[in-house]
Write a protein that binds this ligand. Structure first.
Ligand SMILES: [Zn+2]
Length: 208
C-alpha cells in the first residue's frame, strides 16, 4: 500500500515538473526570457517582461472533469487549486509574497492560461477550448476557455477578468462590506439582489 502511495506522489511530482517545463517553453516560444526557479522557492518559473521579473506559480491538471455530475448534461471543466503545495496536498493560501501570476496548465491539450494571482480564488475553473456552455457561479467565475488567458494580458494590468466588475454587482449595486456576503465561502453575492430575488420567489409562491 505504501509503495503504491509512493508511486502516486512520485507521479504527481513528475506531472508537476512537466507543467513547469511546458510553461517555460511556452513563454520562451512567445519571445520572453523565462527560466525554472530553484527548488524550495514559492514560484516555479521566472519570466522577464516589461523590464521586470514576474514570479509564476505553475498549477497543472491532467484533464477536465465533469463539474455537473448531478445535472443531466455533463459539463467539462478544468479545475486547479490555487494553494501552496503542502506535504499532504493541502496548503496555505498563496499571496503576493509568493508569486505574481499563476500559470494554469491543461496537460491533455498543452494549453496554458495565465492569470494575475489577485484575480484567483482558492480554486479556478476554466472550460476546455471550444466549449460553449455558460459558466455558472456568479461574478467571480471566469467566462473564457483555457485558451483565452494569454501571458501578455496577465502582465498588462489593464484586463478585467471576471464577469462582474470588482466594485459593482451585475445590476450595478456597490460591493461595499455592508452589501456583500459570500455564498459557499467563495461566490461574492450582493445583498440587495439576494433580497430582491427572495421577494420575487415569495410573490410567485403566494400567487400559486
Ligand atoms: Zn445587486
Amino acid at each position: 500500500m505504501e509503495a503504491a502511495n509512493d508511486n502516486v506522489s512520485a507521479r504527481a511530482l513528475e506531472i508537476g515538473k512537466a507543467g513547469e517545463h511546458l510553461v517555460c517553453a511556452d513563454l520562451i516560444l512567445q519571445g520572453y526570457r523565462a527560466f525554472l526557479s530553484d527548488q524550495g522557492l514559492p514560484f516555479d518559473v521566472v519570466a522577464v517582461a516589461n523590464d521586470r521579473l514576474w514570479r509564476v506559480q505553475v498549477k497543472s491538471t491532467l484533464q477536465p472533469k465533469n463539474v455537473n455530475a448531478k445535472g443531466r448534461n455533463p459539463r467539462l471543466s478544468y479545475s486547479w487549486s490555487i494553494r501552496k503545495r503542502g506535504k499532504d496536498g493541502k496548503g496555505d493560501r498563496l499571496t503576493g509574497a509568493h508569486c505574481d501570476l499563476v500559470a494554469l496548465v491543461a496537460l491533455d491539450t498543452r494549453e496554458v492560461a495565465y492569470l494575475p494571482l489577485s484575480e484567483c480564488g482558492q480554486t479556478v475553473q476554466l472550460k476546455p477550448t471550444g466549449s460553449t456552455y455558460t459558466s455558472v457561479g456568479g461574478p467571480s467565475t471566469f467566462d473564457g476557455d483555457v485558451s483565452s488567458y494569454p501571458f501578455a494580458d496577465a502582465i498588462s494590468g489593464t484586463r478585467t477578468y471576471r464577469r462582474g466588475s470588482l466594485e459593482e454587482c451585475p445590476n450595478g449595486h456597490p460591493y461595499t462590506p455592508e452589501n456583500t456576503y459570500f455564498s459557499k465561502g467563495k461566490y461574492r453575492m450582493c445583498r440587495i439582489c439576494a433580497a430582491e430575488s427572495m421577494r420575487k420567489r415569495r410573490a410567485t409562491k403566494e400567487a400559486a
